[in-house]
Design a protein around this ligand. Structure first.
Ligand code: G6P
Length: 534
């Protein structure tokens, strides 16, 4: 493996020749069939994780990205390719390349993994989303839930464990095809068991697992039966590196290893000792791809949406939120806070609109379907309380439209992120970079983004509706000069810590760990991604 090189580009941080195998649940593309023509269509995957990994994969010469075939047409592609990687061209529109089809542009091999429906359903719909997501975002009302019966136990054994084994098999196959030991980069809460499975078959591979969602303290994990939580932790400890977005998450993970597994951990050097090995716990706050975002924000479609928004709002103020309809996003309390603001500050009546651009999410999970209904009711209630013939205070739109979102980022006066818990929250970063009106960021203290941007934001306390109402008033009445200074500072931070830096620092650490004696590793051992000492 090559030595560490001092550089600021992902391509140079680690030799592009090192083979890399990536695994995540969602992938960079999803396939469908056009309703009229019957032709296969391909759509680029959305979300921060997918965007960041697309940047990574495109930077490396030998990266294979394994992800789960989600819809019917994905499964058709998985079957046609029979588990062999196919080359994906990303731009301008994603498509699989045939052999000999030489194209310029961002491209890398992808491998779609078919997980049988009877396995995927309990894996995704019973364990990953309601159970792990809810534990990690602390969403349970513990007087009533979770209530773990036979169904959940079976879903764990026959869903989560089996899906993880299938994913591990695919990764192991890719590792085996590689002439030199590859770097294996595993992502998120769907695949906590894969690290250990891969280590058992491929002891030479360098394995890292990135947890993109919050990691709570040991007591939150105690809602899971000991055998279940221990297996999840031991799965992660099969890796060389376990990475998080925040120092608090990394620390909580180490406390879990200490308290739940009784393992020696060193909070200063951020290591856990297990079975004679040292597992490094690291902090790399994810960020955004600014040129790619700006490209979307300066399309005709985005400009047209901006003209529409300007036309509708006139001189009025715009409060904006852009979220999946996830209970962790705290959308209902956000509307309640706005309701209170309008009740206590009639001076805002007629002058402000709260635009909520919401993407329905995980609707086959009951808690999410119920939450969607609660969002609709909360928005209607605000409009019923305060609306007039020519002013509706809430404009609720269910849409997943980046052109519209970027136009709204450009036009908004306040961007609301009041999440109960959020690993990072990239909406906050996108908005401060694109905004053209010196917006105020109203940001939950429970987001990873608050570590970087909190000092330039109005902080929101996610459970305190009255505080959120006051904070919205403060944001709407903040003097222009202060707004400008804060937004500019926040944008500067995001420009400095962009997704390229997120990738570069990780790859540099991996290259150091992969060095002949691993000696360069200590160089980065007690610093986080932003260079702050531990
Ligand atoms: C979060 C998770 C991702 C997930 C995404 C969308 O960002 O960290 O792993 O892919 O939400 O959720 P979905 O269930 O639609 O994949």
């Amino acid at each position: 493996m090559p030595p560490l090189r001092s550089t600021d580009s992902p391509r140079a941080a680690m030799s592009t020749q090192i083979p890399v195998v990536l695994l995540s649940h969602r992938g960079p593309v999803s396939f469908d069939r056009d309703a009229t023509s019957g032709e296969r269509t391909a759509t680029r995957g959305a979300g921060g994780l997918v965007t960041a990994l697309s940047g990574l994969a495109a930077h490396l010469d030998e990266a294979v990205w394994v992800f789960v075939a989600a819809g019917e047409e994905d499964v058709a592609v998985a079957r046609e390719t029979e588990g062999a990687p196919a080359r994906l061209l990303l731009d301008p529109e994603p498509r699989l390349l045939e052999d000999g089809d030489d194209q310029e542009g961002r491209q890398f091999p992808v491998r779609l993994l078919e997980i049988p429906h009877e396995v995927h359903e309990p894996f995704y719909g019973v364990i990953s989303n309601p159970l792990l997501w809810f534990v990690q975002h602390r969403l349970y009302d513990l007087t009533r839930s979770p209530s773990l019966g036979r169904e959940e136990r079976t879903a764990f054994e026959e869903g989560y464990v089996v899906a993880n084994e299938l994913a591990a098999d695919a990764v192991i196959e890719q590792v085996a095809k590689s002439a030199t030991p590859p770097v294996v980069l595993l992502h998120d809460y769907h695949f906590y068991l894969v690290g250990d499975l891969v280590r058992q078959s491929c002891p030479d591979a360098l394995i890292s697992h990135f947890v993109h969602i919050p990691w709570p303290e040991p007591d939150s994990w105690r809602v899971l039966p000991p055998d279940m939580r221990n297996r999840l932790l031991n799965g992660l400890l099969g890796c060389d590196i376990v990475a998080f977005h925040t120092r608090a998450d990394a620390r909580a993970f180490q406390l879990c290893c200490q308290e739940l597994l009784g393992l020696p951990t060193d909070l200063r050097s951020m290591t856990v000792s297990v079975a004679g090995r040292t597992v490094r716990v690291r902090v790399y706050p994810i960020s955004i791809d600014i040129p790619a975002l700006e490209a979307i924000a300066h399309t005709d479609a985005s400009d047209e949406h901006l003209v529409d928004l300007d036309h509708t709002l006139g001189t009025g103020r715009l409060i904006l939120r852009v979220d999946r309809t996830d209970p962790s996003k705290n959308i209902v309390r956000g509307f309640q806070a706005y309701d209170l603001l309008l009740a206590e500050h009639p001076e805002h009546h007629g002058n402000v609109v709260f635009l909520a651009l919401l993407q329905p999410s995980r609707q086959d999970v009951k808690e999410y379907a119920d939450y969607l209904a609660a969002i609709g009711a909360a928005a209607s209630s605000v409009n019923a309380h305060h609306g007039t013939g020519d002013w509706q205070p809430v404009d609720l739109r269910y849409a997943s439209d980046m052109a519209l979102a970027t136009a709204a980022y450009r036009r908004c006066d306040v961007l609301v992120v009041n999440a109960v818990a959020d690993g990072m929250n990239l909406v906050a970063k996108e908005a401060v970079v694109l905004n053209e009106r010196d917006m105020v960021l109203a940001l939950s203290e429970a987001t990873g983004a608050h570590d970087e941007l909190g000092q330039f934001a109005v902080t929101l306390h996610p459970f305190d509706v009255a505080q959120q109402a006051e904070a919205l008033h403060e944001a709407l009445t903040m003097p222009p000069q202060l707004r400008r200074e804060r937004r500019e500072h926040a944008a500067l931070i995001v420009h400095r810590n962009d997704v390229k830096r997120w990738l570069t620092v990780q790859l540099r650490d991996l290259a150091a760990l992969a060095g002949p004696d691993g000696s360069s590793w200590t160089d980065g051992a007690d610093r986080d991604h932003t260079g702050r000492p531990a």
